[in-house]
Each structure stands twice: as C-alpha cells, then as structure tokens.
Design a protein around this ligand. Sequence first.
Ligand SMILES: *[C@@H]1O[C@H](CO)[C@@H](O)[C@H](O)[C@H]1NC(C)=O
Ligand SMILES: *[C@@H]1O[C@H](CO)[C@@H](O)[C@H](O)[C@H]1NC(C)=O
Ligand SMILES: *[C@@H]1O[C@H](CO)[C@@H](O)[C@H](O)[C@H]1NC(C)=O
Ligand SMILES: *[C@@H]1O[C@H](CO)[C@@H](O)[C@H](O)[C@H]1NC(C)=O
Ligand SMILES: *[C@@H]1O[C@H](CO)[C@@H](O)[C@H](O)[C@H]1NC(C)=O
Length: 611
Amino acid sequence: MLRSSLFAGSLLAALANGAALAAEPVSDVVSRTDSHGPVLNIVAPNITSKWFEKSDYVQIIEMFVENTDDKAYVTAANGLKISVKSSSLDTVVPGTLKRLAPKQSAIVQVGVRNKRGVKAGTACSAELVSEYHGGRHSGGGSGSSAGPSAKVSGSCGIGDFEASVQSVESHTNPDWFNDAKYGIFIHWGVYAAPAYGNVGENENYAEWYWNWMHRKGDKTATYEYHLETYGADFNYDDFFPNFTTKNFDPKAWVDLFSDAGAQYFVPTTKHHDGFAIFNFSESISRRSSVHYGPKRDIIGDLFAAARKHQPHLRLGTYFSMPEWYNPAYKRYGSGSFPGGPPTNPYTGAELEYTGYVEVDDFVRDIQLPQMQTLAYEYDVDIMWCDISGSPNNMTVLAAPWLNWARDRRRQVTFNNRCGLRGDFDTPEYTTNNETVEHKWEASRGMDPHSYGYNYQTPDDEYLTGESIARTLVDIVSKNGNFLLDIGPEHDGAIKEVMQRGLRDAGRWIKSHGEAIFNTRYWKVTPGLDPLRYTTTHDAFYIHHLGAPSGTLSIADPVPYLPGDKVTVVGGKQHGKTVPVKWDGIGKLSFELSDEVVQGDEYVWTFKIEYK
Ligand SMILES: *[C@@H]1O[C@H](CO)[C@@H](O)[C@H](O)[C@H]1NC(C)=O
Ligand SMILES: *[C@@H]1O[C@H](CO)[C@@H](O)[C@H](O)[C@H]1NC(C)=O
Ligand SMILES: *[C@@H]1O[C@H](CO)[C@@H](O)[C@H](O)[C@H]1NC(C)=O
Ligand SMILES: *[C@@H]1O[C@H](CO)[C@@H](O)[C@H](O)[C@H]1NC(C)=O
Ligand SMILES: *[C@@H]1O[C@H](CO)[C@@H](O)[C@H](O)[C@H]1NC(C)=O
C-alpha cells in the first residue's frame, strides 16, 4: 500500500497513527510508539423488523459506527467485526467496515437469528461487541482485541405485528426499497379525458380537474374552461366513456419502465374522484373501469404484464384514502374532501355518483376492503396511500398484511400517508436539500406541475433525460428514492416526449447503475454543487453534475487512501483508471483526460475502490 505510493510523505502525515495499517508490514516505516488506531463507537443501534432479502429471515440489527480519532482510518486491514452477545440471538452475518475516515461514521448491519427455542417476536436485549486489529487497546497492533460495545433491546426474530399504532409503526422500511432508488409513478384515470390543468404559473394538477371545476376564479380557471369547452350540462362522470384503453399496451408500458432504468412502478389505482381502475367486489362499489369506460381490470393487466415481461420490477399501488364526493364520505367530509353526493358547479343540482353502492361506513365498507384487495389479490410490494389525515383503518389493514407477506417471505412497505407514521416520507414536487435519515421518496411529474396528463403543456417543458439523471443522483445522495411520474393520455398512449425523456435517462442510469442502486448516502456532507456522493461497502462514488474540466478538485473529506483504485464509471470510458493526486484528507484531485471529459453525458461518475 505505502510502498507503491508516490505520496508516501503525505500519507505518513495523514496516517501518522499507522495503526490503521497495523496488520500490514508497515510498522517498519511508522514508529510504533506514536502509532494509534481508529477509535470507534457504536451509536444508536436498532433491532429492526427487516431481514436480509433472500435469506432465511436473517434479522438485521443496524447501527452507526463512528470513528472519533482525528487521524486514523479504518481500513480492511483492521478486520473490524461486530457481532452480538445475547441469550436470545446468534450472529449469522457479522458487521464489517472496509473504510471509515477520521471523524466520520457509517451504517453497519449485523445479521442475527434467534437461538433455538426463542420464539420470533420475543422482547429481548443483546450486547453488540466488536473486535479489530490495531485498535488503541491492542497492545502493539498484533492480533485482534476488543473494540466498542453497545446494548440494544427490541423484538428478536421476525414476529407478528398487532393491530395497534405502536406495533405497526415499529415496522422498518425494507432494504430492497432503499436499494431500488428509482420508480415510475403513473397518474391515469378519467381526468385524462379532459387532460387540462392550465399552463405556466396558472398550471396545477390536472388530476384535480373535478375539484377545480367547483372553484370559480381558481388560477387554473377550470370552472370557466369546462363551461366553455363542454357546457354546464356536461358533468364529470360524463367523461367515463372517453377514458378508454384503445392505445393501452401493458407490455409496452412495462418495457418502457424497464428501459427507463426504473426498479418499481406505482400506478394510481383510485384517485380522489373515486374512479378505480382495478377489480373488487361489486357489493362495495361499481365505480371503476371494470363497470364503466373500458370495462377492464387495468391494474390486473398491467401487473400481469410486469410479472411476465419485467419480473424485476416491484409493484406499488397509489390509493386515495378519501373520495371527494362519495355520498358515504359525507360524515367524514371536510375541506377539499366534503363528501357527496356531487353537485353540478354551475346549477347546484345534485348528481348521481356513478357506480355508488349504498354502504354503512366509507372506511370499513369501501376503503378497507379495496385496500385489502390490493394487498392480497394484487399482491403489492408498496402500498402508496394518499391524503394522510383521512379517517382510516390502517392498523387493521397493516398488521395481518405484514404478517401474511412475511409468511410468504415478502417484505412489503407502505408510505407515510396511510394514517400512520409509515416506512418512508413522501415530499411532493419538492425534495430535501440535505440528507434526511428517515427513508424518503420524492415524487414529481415529468410535467412542470401536474401528475396527470395536461394537453396544454408544451413539449419543451417536460423533464429531459439530463434533468432526470441529475435529479436522481441528487436525491439518492441524500437518502431518497425518486418516484418520477408520467401522465398517459385518455386512451393509454404515452406521449413521445415523455418516452424520450425516460429512455434518455435510462441510458445513463443503466450505464451508471453500480453507483446508484444498492448504494447508501455518505453521512458527512450532502455535497455542494456540482458534486454528489454515494457509498457501498467496497467503494465510494463521486458524481459531478454536468461536465467536469481537466482537473477535478474535491475539497470534501472523501475517504480516499493511496492504493485505492480510481476509475471512471459509465459512459464510453467506463473502467478507465483516473490519475489521482492526494495531499491528505480534503485534498484530492483527479486528472481527467479529454476522452474522459468527452466520454459521458449528464453526470460524470468516478469510483474509489477501497484497497
Ligand atoms: C435507531 O432508531 C432511532 C429512533 O428511531 C433513530 O433515531 C436512529 O437513527 C436509528 N439508528 C439507525 C442506525 O438507523
Ligand atoms: C370523447 O371521445 C370522442 C371520440 O374520440 C370525441 O369525439 C369527443 O370529443 C370526446 N369527448 C370528450 C368530452 O372528451
Ligand atoms: C372481476 O372479478 C370478478 C370476480 O373475481 C370476475 O368474475 C371478473 O371477471 C373480474 N373482471 C375483470 C374485468 O377482470
Ligand atoms: C376504523 O375507522 C373508523 C372511521 O375512522 C373508526 O371510527 C374506527 O375506530 C376505525 N377502527 C379501527 C380499529 O381503527
Ligand atoms: C436546507 O433547508 C433548511 C430549511 O430551509 C435550512 O435550514 C438548511 O440550512 C438548508 N440546508 C442546506 C445544506 O442548504
């Protein structure tokens, strides 16, 4: 490591400790007397409810490991190993770290399993213990010695959830969701028939058309537009016949999502207009595409196509908890969700709520059984609810659903809008400007301000491949996922400009996937423009938004050490070695050849592979 380095002098300065390398034969260059190693702490450990995917329910204990020393690095040579000591648990996969720079911290996972005879879900405690070579207490750096330890308690084994807020809120977002990073959101329903949301500063969600219709003087001018275009006697439900599947090609849709580089997709199954596009018992409602419009189970056909043609895609369902004008929602109604029956905005006349079936209680008799249908019959991975403050029976839904999925070895997840805390937060048409540790997923349309299709939006206002790639990198570097929305037209066609943007971004994403998928955020700085960072166990990725010039200087304390291999990720020069200059932490620069600068598009990515 040292021997091959041209920067041995500065390396010695930075590693004056040397102990980070103590397991290597460097003690001849670094005097033992002033040598010391990284000083580690285990911080905020949790026994989570998640298990390693594809494992036999190997439960994950998650913690931060921090290195409080101001000079020493953790490297592979330290052989850091974290395991549990507990009367309830055995270690199956010890926690390890290949690199941790001075004054930095990282997430580490330990895989555990209940000891024989300990029932899944037993309240338990454990001690996390660690050992590594070259620690301060190692008495000279030979052999391993005890490192930090920490106590943790929780529920051992992947036990049952109960229908209580506390129990369901203890559910953890599964790692596959964190690994997946990029999904396609789809807003498709009857609102795609008028497909109107005004333009420019006056634009707003086209899928809210029916609600805007009731607001004379609203900036979208939907009330006025509707009157002029369709006349006062044309009611929202009269659009049903114009919602068709003439150009809906489920295979083409899922192939597009795959070309886009997405790992999951989330279609609206029922928006606030109450018109569902999936199939459920007629005894609760007939307001759906099965009974009106195309007379088709659209979600069923779409999911079947995904399972057959793109089985790597995870499946989510957007579901509106309330319905604006459902008569059964009246007793819960408030604000924008008054309940029904609906009225004609121009005459005030009371209207039929097409497909309405008389029920006792909206939540128990419509919302809950519809969600159960999605959960069990459509077998969703992600329950993506909308309108968080609404009345709901989420604990009743979630506990048996989580338990059922677990029995089928599936880790399902739900967002923060189902009435409970949820597994992940969902900023809408906005994003976080810094790292947020609770998992989050930012959504927005390719349209500048609408999820549903708006025919008035000019083509050049849709997100391009470049803006999608940059947004994705920015979000992922801060612990987010990106759920990017498209609005298909009333007949299921997807506009060319949206397809092009998705495919352009998809080219970049596929070529740079190793630096996006399965990565974690760097717990040091979110990265100021134009730099962003992502990490894995074995490597550190530096993303430059836009084209870099000849010398790329990186002032952030990235955990590079001489001996690490630095290469280009993606584009035409993928894998090419990049010459590096390093003068200690926070003083790293890359020399980029013209080929490298010209060899990529959108975002340039470099990999530091830890020695
Ligand atoms: C453990 O849980 C606490 C409370 O939710 C949280 O603040 C902390 O960040 C978690 N630790 C890790 C490593 O995620
Ligand atoms: C419905 O579709 C028909 C046939 O495509 C078209 O002529 C008509 O203008 C549409 N009506 C509405 C309200 O969109
Ligand atoms: C809806 O489900 C019912 C009951 O399972 C079934 O008979 C019917 O064919 C389904 N409809 C569609 C359009 O899939
Ligand atoms: C189900 O929802 C209704 C309506 O909000 C509520 O009154 C009831 O308490 C809920 N039941 C449970 C078990 O959450
Ligand atoms: C992010 O935004 C918050 C709230 O506006 C602000 O307090 C914070 O300083 C911002 N952080 C960065 C890194 O810009």
